[in-house]
Design a protein around this ligand. Structure first.
Ligand SMILES: [Zn+2]
Length: 1007
């Protein structure tokens, strides 16, 4: 399944997705991170997280990555601590185990009905004598007289004495028999039932879409984690694998799809206009992988021939958006066949685009389901970020066909064996099918630096965490399972050796195929492969990896060199962004740490180990003492590194002379580690800022992307302070050469990371008023104003920045244009642009319109609007004044009191003075009925307190550094980009037209 990474990618690439699914929606209307990401500035702005509902609180840090997920982490831990259900018996006894399910379902997908008539025969093996058969069911109505248990050895029915229905409390039903079932015998359990086609996006549920003004209904499944029990009674635990023989009824106007291929279709007796589709029996698999789709969708086949045929199910009007996934899907699946040397075992593969879908996508074996935005894309008209995201989600789900479907986690505590691997495998597979994306090169900024934020909070959790209740199980689908999982796998691949490791994975898959696995099965396979290939390790794979999966967090490695002896003392401690003084955690955190390092003399990777019993050790002979040393070679490992001041000086010196002596990942690491360590007062800011001076020579996307969010925090703190002008000069000196390198104009020949790098560079260059960036953006904005309906003028990769810059540097006319475009086109990017004005009266007008229900602003965008005004440096005081002075007007408007908590939280991020804090505290006191008990409000206060502390500790320090290190004016000049001839099509327009033509031809061939 794909949840967390969707979030990550949305942040990185501004994916526009739908809002939080209904069944996850909270009482307060919080914008999801995904909604906020529509803002082109989201890379630079900390986002808001929903308030925990469980009484927990969470901490702000300067790192946006930590900030975004900290609430989730806290929420999860508190839920676990507060839950009294941990020991409640929700597991099935395992006395009988299923071998074959024969399931017949007839869904009525009609308003006023929405139920499914079902009949099931479950063939079970009795493992231990018992006279009660327990299985899972939820929201199912049983026809009690239909329940039978047949002894297949004697072909005689067992008398049933009771049927215990505990669906509401335990999601379990139990059939009691008069005589016991006997171990070693086989039985057939049969029953008729009715289930509900719910609107909760789980189990077998209904969804709809509009076609030519007519509402069309469909029914589809989402069974993971424990929701197959809502569609049919079953043994709904991942290690109770069985074969599924499915029959689906439908109207003849509809079609069905399931995991396997259809064998035959017959009319339903007594029901004219209805037929049964009989499906082939599935391979052995877990119940959470069962899938059905009953719809009026079109099944679009691939235009190329493959050993395993691929189709994409989509509502007819979106069929033209299927091409890209149909192109990369089969290539990805065939890559995995080569990579694992194991064929995909099913006769076909279907991908389906579902209008209402809770997760990003779901890897059902043979029928992978996606939310529409995760599968469908209009390649020429949408951004590179979207394209990468679609390919990536396909890679993730198709990797699951092996890691998850063929070999399945034994229980949900180790869901990382599914999700961490599917995440890890996105990278090699994407490199194979979209080499231009350089996806593996992006690993550190997509996964590793993100995990550093999430896992550096005391509220994190171990990767492997015992879980029992459904809430606990669902909470396991988080950044720790997905992203941290992928990071520790990558680390193991590095210390074992990538090729040996990959062969070890094949060994594991073959050993556990069609079965389940626990962590030790994986460690054993990797150990056997390592032993066979003579890989030498300081401890067993299990001993090493247990320290990474069974305890939370990750180490900070302190390296203190001895410049007399040429060695160093290397120590480990858990890295925390903030230590809670009231913490009761007494665990001693130690890991088996692969200390990979190199020095300025050799550049050769070396490895030594810190054992889990060593707080520190000495490494001798690190090379010449006048040369730098760096640890975490190629940043393959999950730890941060801090050095002594002299080593930082040597590194900074090398960066200025020739930064390419460090690998791209190590440059990203140096920037990210050092700025984060400085922000939490562990190294002087001077070390980080000295490192950053070399950025004027840096042209690569990954190091730049790694440092921008950290620079943004300093930028937002120093705004309006005496140091700000010098800070701006410093940033301009760094960013301008990067911007000049990429230039403003896109080209069809641009490499993927050039496009990404240009977006980052433009975003900052325009913000810093680099003339070429501003002038070109203004010219494009003027072109768009002249042709408001022309959608090819602005590149999707540049659109948000151009709109923002056009408004920032424009007058009333430009602002009016943005607002009117928003109203007439429902295009949120124009509304966000309008919030970027530097004119306070226009921002006030926007807030006035926000409380006017007739202004054309949609309720769903109120949070986006206010948050973006509040994050605008000019707008922050405007938004704060509006909140304080217009409280009653807001309350009496169509917004009511629903938005106050969010509004309060949004204005906090940029505030860093005692006077601002006092005003906020007074506001909370004045409106204690609404703000008083809110954890979100407290979080906002915490943010301001942390900001004030940061200012006390670092404002002067940074100011001193700036006055010594930065000239008073900008030293770099801008190379103007060639002007865009008015009236002639841009490169983008030309490519869009060409690709549209190809798309049309492609569709023509397909039909
Ligand atoms: Zn997944």
């Amino acid at each position: 399944m794909r949840l967390a990474l969707m979030l990550t990618l949305a942040f990185l690439f501004q994916v526009k997705t739908s809002s939080v699914p209904k069944w996850q929606a909270s009482d307060d209307e919080y914008p999801s991170a995904l909604e906020l990401s529509e803002d082109g500035l989201s890379l630079m702005e900390p986002a808001i997280v929903p308030e925990p509902k469980d009484g927990s609180r969470w901490w702000y840090t300067p790192s946006r990555r930590a900030h975004v997920h900290s609430a989730k982490a806290k929420s999860r831990l508190m839920q676990k601590m507060m839950s009294n259900k941990v020991n409640e018996d929700l597991r099935l006894p395992g006395d009988v185990l299923p071998s074959i399910y024969s399931i017949r379902l007839l869904p009525f997908i009609e308003e006023g009905n929405f139920t499914t008539d079902g009949h099931i025969d479950i063939f079970v093996d009795c493992i231990r004598d018992t006279n009660s058969i327990s299985m899972n069911a939820a929201d199912i109505t049983f026809k009690s007289l239909s329940i039978t248990v047949l002894d297949l050895t004697t072909n005689s029915p067992l008398a049933i004495v009771d049927f215990v229905d505990e669906q509401v409390t335990r999601e379990i039903v139990t059939i009691k028999t008069a005589t016991p079932l006997t171990a070693g015998n086989r039985y057939k359990i049969s029953m008729d039932f009715t289930s509900i086609l719910n609107d909760e996006l789980r189990g077998f549920y209904r969804s709809s879409y509009m076609e030519n003004g007519v509402k069309k209904w469909l029914a589809v499944t989402q069974m993971e984690a424990p929701d197959a029990r809502r569609a049919f009674p079953c043994f709904d635990e991942p290690n109770m694998k069985a074969n599924f023989s499915i029959t689906l009824g439908r109207k003849t106007t509809m079609k069905t799809a399931s995991n396997m291929n259809i064998l035959s279709t017959n009319p339903i007796d007594g029901m004219p206009g209805y037929v049964w589709d009989y499906y082939a029996t599935s391979v052995t698999m877990s119940s959470y992988l069962v899938a059905f789709l009953v719809s009026e969708f079109e099944a679009v086949p691939t235009s190329t021939t493959h050993r395993v045929p691929f189709r994409l199910w989509v509502k007819p009007q979106s069929a033209h958006l299927a091409g890209y996934s149909l192109s990369v899907g089969p290539e990805l699946q065939e890559f995995f066949e080569r990579y694992f040397k194991i064929d995909y075992p099913l006769p076909k593969q279907d991908l389906a685009a579902i209008p209402d879908f809770a997760a990003g996508a779901m890897e059902n074996w043979g029928l992978v389901t996606y939310r529409e935005s995760a599968l469908l894309i209009d390649v020429p008209r949408e951004s590179r970020g979207r394209r990468q995201s679609v390919a990536d989600i396909n890679a993730h789900e198709l990797a699951h066909q092996w890691f998850g479907n063929l070999v399945t986690t034994d229980w949900w505590n180790t869901i990382w064996l599914n999700e961490g691997f599917a995440t890890y495998l996105e990278f090699p597979s994407m490199d194979a099918v979209e080499p231009d994306f350089r996806f593996t090169d992006q690993f550190v900024v997509i996964e590793l630096h993100y995990v550093f934020g999430v896992d550096a909070l005391e509220t994190s959790r171990p990767i492997n965490l015992p879980v029992t209740t459904n809430d606990e199980i669902n909470n396991m689908f988080d950044a720790i399972s997905y992203d941290k999982g992928s990071c520790i796998i990558r680390m193991a691949a590095d210390f074992i050796g990538l090729e040996t490791f990959t062969r070890g994975l094949t060994r594991y898959l073959n050993a556990r195929a069609y079965k389940n696995a626990v962590e030790d099965d994986l460690w054993l396979a990797l150990q056997q492969q390592s032993d066979e290939e003579g890989v030498s390790l300081p401890a067993t794979v299990k001993e090493i990896m247990d320290t990474w999966t069974l305890q939370m967090g990750f180490p900070l490695i302190n390296v203190t060199r001895d410049y007399n002896t040429g060695g160093a003392v290397v120590s480990q401690e858990r890295f925390l962004l903030r230590k809670d003084p009231g913490s009761t955690d007494t665990h001693v955190y130690r890991w088996w740490v692969p200390l990979t390092y190199t020095n300025g003399g050799s550049l050769v990777r070396q490895i030594q180990w810190l054992s889990k019993d060593q707080a520190s050790r000495t490494i001798s002979n690190l090379g010449a003492t006048d040369k730098w040393v760096i640890f975490n070679y190629d940043q393959q490992n999950l730890y941060r590194v801090a050095y002594d001041t002299e080593n930082y000086r040597l590194i900074a010196e090398q960066l200025m002379v020739d930064h390419t002596r460090f690998l791209d990942n190590n440059r990203a690491q140096l920037l990210d580690d050092t700025f984060v360590l400085a922000s939490v007062h562990l190294v002087p800011y001077k070390s980080a800022l000295d490192l950053s001076l070399y950025l004027k020579y840096e042209k690569e996307y990954v190091p730049w992307n790694a440092v921008l969010s950290e620079l943004n925090y300093i930028d937002s703190m120093l705004y309006n302070q005496p140091q700000f002008s010098q800070w701006t000069v410093h940033l301009t000196n760094l960013v301008t050469p990067y911007y000049n390198h990429h230039g403003f104009q896109e080209s069809t020949l641009d490499a993927h990371l050039t496009v990404f790098g240009r977006s980052d560079a433009m975003s900052w260059a325009c913000k810093l008023m680099v003339p070429d960036c501003v002038d070109n953006s203004k010219a494009k904005y003027a072109q768009q104003m002249a042709s408001p309906d022309n959608t090819t003028i602005l590149s999707p990769n540049q659109k948000s920045i151009i709109l923002r810059t056009g408004v920032e540097n424009g007058g009333q006319t430009e602002w009016d244009f943005a607002f009117n475009q928003y109203k007439s086109k429902y295009d949120t990017s124009y509304l966000i642009a309008a919030t970027k004005s530097r004119d306070t009266s226009r921002l006030n007008t926007l807030l006035e319109r926000m409380i006017d229900s007739q202004s054309g602003i949609r309720l769903s965008e109120v949070n986006t609007l206010f948050n973006n005004v509040a994050s605008n440096p000019v707008g922050n005081p405007v938004a704060t004044d509006f909140l304080v002075n217009r409280w009653t007007d807001i309350e009496q408007s169509w917004l009511g009191t629903n938005y106050f908590i969010n509004f309060f939280r949004y204005v906090c991020n940029r505030q860093n003075t005692q006077a601002q804090l006092d005003r906020l505290l007074q506001l909370r006191t004045d409106h204690s009925d609404i703000l008083g008990n809110s954890k979100t409000v407290q979080q906002g206060i915490d943010v301001v307190v942390e900001n004030i502390k940061w200012m006390e500790l670092h404002q002067e320090e940074i100011g001193n550094w700036l006055s010594v290190s930065v000239p008073t004016t900008t030293t770099t000049t801008t190379t103007p980009s060639p002007p865009v001839p008015a009236g002639s099509p841009s490169v983008y327009q030309t490519s869009a037209i060409l690709i549209l033509v190809f798309c049309f031809l492609g569709l023509f061939i397909m039909h």
